[in-house]
Design a protein around this ligand. Structure first.
Ligand SMILES: [Zn+2]
Ligand SMILES: [Zn+2]
Length: 79
């Protein structure tokens, strides 16, 4: 099971709850543990989800999303 965002299989661009702007995938929340430890208390690391941090392009509001891991069939992508 792999995270489709970490593997670049698709781009997830949620809309900002504050201003409706597009939000960019900043990276895995694990990379921001120091700054976002309060988040981690609510969203524990999971073996079924990859937790990504998103930041609004417009107002810089940030939020996190739990990305479901997917079965990646490598042979499928090599065709
Ligand atoms: Zn990921
Ligand atoms: Zn915004």
């Amino acid at each position: 099971m792999q995270c489709p965002l970490c593997n670049g299989l698709f781009h997830f661009t949620p809309h900002c709850q504050e201003c409706g702007g597009r939000m960019d995938d900043v990276g895995r929340i694990e990379d921001y543990l120091d700054d976002y430890s309060p988040y981690m208390e609510q969203h524990h690391t999971s073996f079924t989800h990859c937790t990504h941090l998103f930041q609004c392009q417009v107002c810089r509001e940030d939020t996190i999303h739990m990305i479901p891991l997917q079965e990646v069939n490598q042979s499928h992508f090599s065709e």
